[in-house]
Design a protein around this ligand. Structure first.
Ligand SMILES: Cc1cc2nc3c(=O)[nH]c(=O)nc-3n(C[C@H](O)[C@H](O)[C@H](O)COP(=O)(O)O)c2cc1C
Length: 265
């Protein structure tokens, strides 16, 4: 009866052996059964190894996980890319809906295009909202927008565009786009950030550095050509983007990033 008790959608009827349509295919019944009597949707049942990760190991892994903006000119082996994708089977998804598709951008030409189209799109948007005509209107209708901050961003974008041809992708050899169909009540964005975060951790154990790129997410919302060039279906939204590769930099020390505020209720 362990499976019956643990099933989040109360879908198991032991007497008849019927599993109802409300089943969300999370596999808890398969994972919990001491007798392995329930067949998984796919693959074999494999016993979990005892956990050997100490809390201090995890603390050390996360303390050393930094956003990498300098990468070696070295390709990420195919088997490592496959491992990062394969392991996504284990990451949670709201209602186990698993709506995400991953696009791996891995040719230098496509990475450059992703970089350039993202930079152009954001520069256009920043130039528009900080223009002498739009600026006064925006400060009236949306006073919470930090126009001074956006102007600084724009200036830095223009400056970096002159000196650095990879201000978005940081010369990384690989980018991963986490996307899925747009729907009003989905939780795809949360799924995407959970999956991407786990990916940065596994990548780190493979010696790979990574960086979340919010700029790509924002630009994808504004530029259909960019989506098309990256092969993203028209009805999909890019919810998260990562760049990955072997880091050129090495962080030796742990630094104190601030803790969140804390309340007990
Ligand atoms: C959602 C999200 C979006 C981000 N977008 C960018 C980005 O577009 N470009 C970039 O260089 N860094 C980006 N970062 C990295 C942050 O700037 C970085 O996490 C922060 O500076 C702290 O550095 P650390 O990750 O090394 O602790 C992003 C991080 C997150 C979580």
């Amino acid at each position: 009866m362990k499976c019956v008790k643990d099933c989040p959608s109360s879908a198991i009827e032991i007497a008849t052996g019927v599993i109802a349509d409300s089943c969300i295919h999370c596999g808890h019944c398969v994972a919990i059964c001491p007798e392995s009597t329930i067949s998984p949707d796919s693959g074999e049942i494999r016993a979990l190894k005892p956990l050997t990760v100490e809390p201090s190991d995890f603390q050390n892994l996360t303390a050393g996980l930094r956003s990498i903006r300098y990468y070696l000119k070295r390709e990420v082996p195919e088997e490592h890319i496959q491992m990062l994708i394969e392991n996504m089977r284990h990451y949670s998804s709201a209602s186990n809906a698993r709506p995400l598709r991953i696009t791996v951008v891995r040719t230098p030409e496509k990475i450059q295009l992703l970089n350039d189209l993202t930079a152009d799109t954001l520069l256009k948007t920043l130039s528009l909202v900080t223009s002498p005509i739009i600026r006064p209107v925006l400060s009236l209708v949306a006073p919470s927008i930090n126009l001074a901050g956006l102007t600084k961003y724009k200036e830095s974008f223009i400056r970096k565009r002159l000196t650095n041809s990879s201000m978005v992708c940081h010369h990384a050899p690989l980018a991963m786009l986490f996307h899925g169909p747009v729907s009003k009540f989905d939780m795809s964005e949360a799924d995407a950030y959970i999956w991407a975060t786990h990916t940065t951790l596994l990548a780190k154990t493979l010696g790979l550095g990574s960086c979340f790129i919010g700029f790509i997410v924002k630009a994808m919302e504004r530029n259909k050509t960019l989506k098309k060039e990256m092969g993203i279906p028209i009805n999909h939204k890019v919810y998260a983007a990562l760049v990955l590769g072997y880091p050129k930099v090495n962080y030796k020390s742990e630094t104190s990033r601030s803790k969140p505020g804390l309340d007990f209720v």
